[in-house]
Each structure stands twice: as structure tokens, then as C-alpha cells.
Design a protein around this ligand. Structure first.
Ligand SMILES: C[S@@+](CC[C@H](N)C(=O)[O-])C[C@H]1O[C@@H](n2cnc3c(N)ncnc32)[C@H](O)[C@@H]1O
Length: 335
């Protein structure tokens, strides 16, 4: 067995420089010692997003996936697709875009367009909301369609509430969840550290013809923002949080999921309103079981009642019906 790692060694194996990562994210805000019973639990829960006109996982295999995003067929790496492809090679060759990940290149240069050169963006529509798909340098395309499982839950809660719900979308990226929340009648606060992502979010708001809807676009470090909201006494009925494994705030603040998640959830709990509808966490690309975020969520929500359900978000191939796991999730619901 490996000898136990010291905290220092553990951290220095992460992407962040060791010294920076050792700084506690918010020295003045310790973790709350929570008492009370843990919420009931439902595990495992597998949430499946259904294919739609706007998005379909067509096929996967041999370390790649073939997806339909609006008008385009796109091939991207997918480490979990260990099996053989269902469709013949010609279907995988006659696509609109392939992510090559060319390390010499940046931005659009990391994509290959076998048929005809394409622009950076294209029109997309999911759950009746228009936005831009986008070829980014990081293999992402401006939206994570598997999150539709959370979005349809959220849209239903917002639409059936007897008041306009307040939604906080932390690490909100290009804002599709924020737009869906606003389209259904919520007041939305969207937080992301990237100026570019905030710009794309605003662009998407215009594209979705939701300019008159209340969305606050905030470019800030997620931890700093929620700590400030806690002090100001601002509260939310629904909180969505989709933190990356590692990230940086606009002023170089370090986000390290394994170091900071407990405190983030602790503060998010304090930000829940008196009549909360849910706290939803998604985690991608981490080496952990859903139980690790499940038990953390249950500890965080001690004494709050309700239920914590956790598991995986999956997509199902339209071709062969195989399930592809995309991420882990855990969510606290008041019932
Ligand atoms: C793309 S989303 C999450 C996507 C997906 N969960 C994943 O990890 O691949 C991550 C977002 O978090 C933002 N982000 C990273 N560090 C942040 C921080 N410290 N505060 C706020 N947002 C941050 C990024 O700009 C990005 O838009």
C-alpha cells in the first residue's frame, strides 16, 4: 500500500502551484459544524437526458463520441467509450467538425472541418431556448446537454411556484441554464470568472430574445461572490453549481474542487431561502464516486430535512441505446 500522503504532497499533485493552493480560500469563513439529522437519501439515481431536435448522442466507441448539435455532426474524444462503434466508418467520416486537440494550435485551430470550413458559432435550441453552439479550444461546444435533466426539473419547479423564484447559477459558463430559468419566470444571478463566458452569456440572452428578463451577469470568483452574498443576507430558492476540478477567479483566485467544495456547499446552504426548492451540484472529470459528493451534501444539509439524491448524469445513444456517463451529481431537495 502507498504511504499516506501529507497534505502538502497531496496538494502539490494537483494542477495548482503548491504554495498558492495551500492558502485557505476564505480564511475568515470557517466551515460550520452542523448538527441535526442527515436528510433522507435516494441512491443511486441515474438521470438521463432525452435526445431532442437540438441535440442527440448518435454513436460512441473507440474513445470518441459522435453527436448532433443542431445542424452539425461533431466528433469529440470520449475516454469512457471503451466499446466498438455501432455505425460504419463512413458515418464517422462524413461529419461537420472533429476535435483534433492539436497542441500547436489554439481556439478554432484545434478543430478540423472535413466538409467545409465553419465559423466559430452556430444556432442551437434546447428546451425552447435559442443560443449559440461554439467551437472552443477546450473541446467544449458551449453547452453540456446532459444537464437538461437538471434544467427540466428546475423549469418545472419555477413554473409551478406561486412566486418568482430566485436562481443562482454558479460557475454558469455560457448561461444556457440561466436562460432556461429566466424563460420560465425566475430572477437569475449568473456567476462566472471568465469575461469571455459572461460575454457569450449576454450574447445568448439576446439571441434567445430574453433581454427583458431579469438576469444579473456577474464576472467574479465564485467563492468570493457567495461569501459576500452570505454577509449581505441575499438568499436564493434554487442554487445550481457546476464547478470544474480546477479553475481561476478573475484575479487569479484558485478554485480547487477537492480543497474547496465542502466550504462552497456550506456557504450555499446558508444562501438558501426560507422556502428553498433545491441545491444541485454537478461534478465532471474528478476521480471520485458519487458517494463522496453525496455524503458531503448530506453532511452539509444536516437538520434541513428533505432528501439528498445522487448518482450520474447520462446520455443515451440514439443509434444503439448504450448509456454514456458524463458526470456525477448530488442534489438536495426539500421533499
Ligand atoms: C465550463 S463550466 C463547468 C464545465 C464542466 N463542469 C467541466 O468541468 O468540464 C466551468 C466554468 O467555471 C468557470 N470558473 C472557473 N473557475 C472559477 C472561479 N474561481 N469562479 C467562478 N467561475 C469559475 C469557468 O470560467 C467555466 O465557465
Amino acid at each position: 500500500m502507498d504511504p499516506p500522503l501529507s497534505a502538502k504532497t497531496r496538494r502539490s499533485r494537483s494542477n495548482a502551484p503548491a504554495e498558492e493552493a495551500q492558502k485557505p480560500p476564505l480564511a475568515e469563513r470557517p466551515l460550520t459544524q452542523r448538527r441535526g439529522a442527515r436528510p433522507a437519501e435516494r441512491v443511486p439515481v441515474i438521470l438521463e437526458s432525452e435526445g431532442s431536435d437540438g441535440y442527440r448522442l448518435v454513436d460512441s466507441g473507440m474513445g470518441e463520441k459522435l453527436e448532433q448539435y443542431g445542424p452539425y455532426r461533431i466528433v469529440r474524444p470520449e475516454a469512457q467509450a471503451l466499446w466498438q462503434r455501432s455505425l460504419p466508418a463512413k458515418d464517422w467520416d462524413q461529419v461537420d467538425a472533429v476535435f483534433t486537440g492539436d497542441t500547436e494550435e489554439d481556439g478554432m485551430g484545434r478543430w478540423r472541418f472535413p466538409k467545409t470550413p465553419l465559423g466559430e458559432t452556430w444556432p442551437m435550441k434546447l428546451m425552447d431556448v435559442d443560443f449559440h453552439g461554439r467551437f472552443t479550444a477546450f473541446r467544449h461546444v458551449g453547452v453540456f446537454p446532459e444537464q437538461m435533466a437538471h434544467w427540466s426539473w428546475m423549469a418545472e419547479r419555477i413554473a409551478s411556484a406561486d412566486r418568482p423564484l430566485k436562481v443562482l447559477n454558479l460557475f454558469g459558463y455560457t448561461g444556457v441554464a440561466s436562460l432556461i430559468a429566466a424563460a420560465n419566470g425566475a430572477e437569475v444571478t449568473h456567476v462566472d470568472a471568465s469575461k469571455k463566458a459572461i460575454g457569450w452569456g449576454r450574447e445568448n440572452q439576446a439571441l434567445a430574445r430574453l433581454d427583458d428578463k431579469p438576469i444579473r451577469w456577474i464576472c467574479d470568483d465564485a467563492m468570493k461572490f457567495i461569501a459576500r452574498e452570505e454577509r449581505r443576507g441575499n438568499r436564493y430558492d434554487i442554487i445550481l453549481t457546476d464547478p470544474p476540478k480546477f479553475g481561476r477567479g478573475p484575479n487569479g483566485e484558485i478554485w480547487q474542487l477537492f480543497d474547496h467544495l465542502a466550504l462552497m456547499l456550506d456557504i450555499c446552504r446558508e444562501l438558501l431561502s426560507e422556502r428553498p426548492e433545491g441545491l444541485v451540484l454537478t461534478a465532471y472529470s474528478i476521480r471520485a464516486s458519487f458517494y463522496s459528493i453525496h455524503e458531503l451534501m448530506r453532511e452539509t444539509m444536516r437538520g434541513a430535512g428533505g432528501t439528498v439524491e445522487s448518482g450520474e448524469l447520462i446520455l443515451r445513444e440514439s443509434e444503439a441505446g448504450r448509456a454514456l456517463s458524463t458526470s456525477l451529481f448530488s442534489r438536495w431537495l426539500p421533499k
